[in-house]
Structure formats: C-alpha cells, structure tokens
Write a protein that binds this ligand. Sequence first.
Ligand code: S3P
Length: 453
Amino acid sequence: MVHGHSRQPAIARSASPLTGRVRVPGDKSISHRSFMLGGLAAGETRITGLLEGEDVMRTGAAMRAMGAHVEKLGAEWVIQGTGNGCLLEPEGALDFGNAGTGARLTMGLVGTYDMQSLFIGDASLSGRPMGRVLDPLRQMGVEVLEAAPGDRMPIRLRGPRTAAPISYRVPMASAQVKSAVLLAGLNAAGITTVVEPVMTRDHTERMLVGFGASLSVETDAQGVRHIAIEGRGRLAGQVIEVPGDPSSAAFPLVAALVVPGSDVVIENVLMNPTRTGLITSLIEMGGRIEFLGRRTAGGEDVADLRVRASELSGVTIPAGRAPSMIDEYPVLAVAACFAEGATLMQGLEELRVKESDRLSAVAAGLEANGVDCEEGEASLLVRGRPGGRGIGGGMVATHLDHRIAMSFLVLGLAAEKPVRIDDQTMIATSFPEFLPLMSKLGASIEVLEPVEG
Ligand code: S3P
C-alpha cells in the first residue's frame, strides 16, 4: 500500500432513507482551469462556486508561485493574472499533492516557457505516468532535465527559447493530455493543433474561447476533432460561475438510488454531455432520475436532479461511453451491486492509471465485501444482489484514492453489513463537504480513530 501518512478509517452502515436537498461543490475540472486561465490572463478574473478542495488549492498555489495574485474576497476568488506569456519562474518546487489534472495541465502551461520548473506530488501522483504529457512537450522543444523512471515525478522541465507549435494526435482518450498541449500552444508562435479521435471533456476549449483565445474546432467525417489554437494571443480576465461537479454529485446520487425509500434533490449539477455518462447508464438501469429546472449558467447546461430509490437492473455499458463517465466507474460498480442481474463495464484501460489502479481497487473492495465480480484486463463484471443481501462486512484499501473511499462508503449505506474503508482523509482532495453533506441527507458514516500509516 502507498501510505506513510496518518490514516483515518471510516465505517458506513445502512440507515433510514436519505432525504433532502443538497448542493455539491464546484466542478473540479472547471475549478482547476479557472485558476490557471485566470492566473494567466491579463486583468481581473472573479470566480464564484469554486471547488475549495486540496487539489484545486494546489493549482492556485502554483499560479501564485508564478506571479499571479490569487485571493478570496467574501464568496468570490479574485485573481490578477500575469498576461499570456508573462508567467515567472517559480522559486521552489510546484507541489501538486494528489492532483493529476493540476500537475499535467500546469506542465503544459509552463513547460514551454524559457525557464525551469520542478513538479512534485504525493505517493499516488508520483506513481502516475507523466510521459503522456512529456512526449508532446518534448516535440515542442521542452527538455526534461530530471524524472523518475518511467517519466514519473519528481520532474524538472526546462523550456526552449521559443517553443515550436505542433500537430499532435492524442493517443489515448485523455482530456488532460489534450489540455496540456493546448495550454502549451498558448506560448508557441503559430498554430498548435490537437487531433482528438475520441471526444473527452471539453472545458479547456470552451474556457479558452471565453478568455479570448483564438481557437477553432472542426469535426471531420470520421468524428475526429481537430482543435487549433493560435499562440501568443491576448487573454483577458473573466467572470466565472462554476457549476456543481457531476463527478461529486455521483455519490449522493447513487446512494439515493440504492438506499430504500430515499428521495433527494441535488442542485445545480453540470450537464455538459461529455460528463453525463453515469446518469445515462443509471437511467438505463432503471434509476428514477428527473431533471428539474434545466438552465444555462456560466456557458454550461446545469440542472437540479431529483433522485428516488429504484429497482435497478444490470446492463452492458459500451466502451464508447467511457470518456463521459471515466471517474464514475467505481460508484457505478457500487450501484451494480444492488441491481438484478449482471452489469458489464468495458473499455476501462484508463482506470488503471488514475489516483490508484481503480479497476483492481474496485474489484478487491467488492470481493472483500462478498460481491461476485470479475476483473478483466479492461473490463469489470458485477453480479448484483437486490436488497444488498449478504453484502458488506469487509475492509477496503483506498490507496490514497478519494473516489474509491467515497464509493465504498456509499456501498455501506445499502449493504446488509457495514463497510469499512482504511482511510477517509483524501476525500478532501475533491469533496471536503462529503461527510457533512451525506449526514445531512441522513446517512450513517462514522470516522474512526486515526492510525499511523
Ligand atoms: C480530467 C480528465 C480526466 C479525469 C480527471 C479530470 C480533466 O483524466 O479522470 O479526473 O479535468 O481534464 P484523463 O485525462 O487522464 O482521462
């Protein structure tokens, strides 16, 4: 196990129905990008609804270290950016903690500058592959002065005098890689093109346009997206309203579906179609999810979700849906535990390089709790037991992964026996309000005495 910090186990037990209205924190992807683009753009950016999780705060600290002025005034985050092309060399290491998005996008953002930058992170982040971002950066002229074996952190970059614009075909479905190249293109003279065969979340494209970048997207006859950005343009500060994170809403949402008698409303959830694969899948399984008050806020579709306890049936989730629900498989696997029949999830190869190897972490956690499942190379099959009969009683190893921790606490809310996780501390990286929010709905989750890791 990758520990070495003080762990805080937690236990979830089945309880009364979940009821009430809640609002989940701001979207993590948009929050990271708000700090980055606000810190880079000339003038003032004002952000409301920002996710104040540890991951996003690391990105804020990195932008400060490179010359942006970032502060919280009342409910708003106010940033004075440096202007495109004017980031300063950071004096110390940029410590991204657990945050893959913060680290990979920032490598793109600053790698092309004629300066050095050092990237470090926790045990989980230091084990994750960074070559997927370093490869295109190398093509743009960035030198990797230092890296652990397999292009892992700590990583020290040295930018070229003048970065070369490139055309880059993203070899895996990854919004982080796409975004890193587009952000690197902001500081290259000319047009940088990203070719994206499988569409992933498009927040970087949308927000770059909002900040004034000259960016165009063309989708060819094969459905391949060609995203072109012109470097060295002017970016201007914006006013941003961050919608609620669908990847965080996923936890109370699945909990409400599987805890009998529940009826919950989750307000202001981002409905960008590149993020709603979980909701599509749960509705196919028979989940009673209603969209109330669909509207546009800050250039994105949002809705309030009414979710009621439902009798679920197993389905096959096609591989093509993976990019729109890539962070939601652990909690979908939990929903599948309570469905009639088997649920098959395919196209999961990217799950192996998340905050943990999520495919094996989910399978191990399910097995420890008596769930019948089969882990394939890039697939997971879960045989459900309606009512949760015989499920639970196990201890789950979370491997510093917030989504593993939250998913298995949700399992415990509807399983016959309680479910324990070995650590809940890293939930604060993405969803610091998770425990109080769940207990407001009526969930029974207890945090236990800390254990030295
Ligand atoms: C993210 C992209 C996804 C996702 C991550 C956030 C982003 O990662 O898993 O939580 O904000 O761009 P990949 O690009 O590795 O798929």
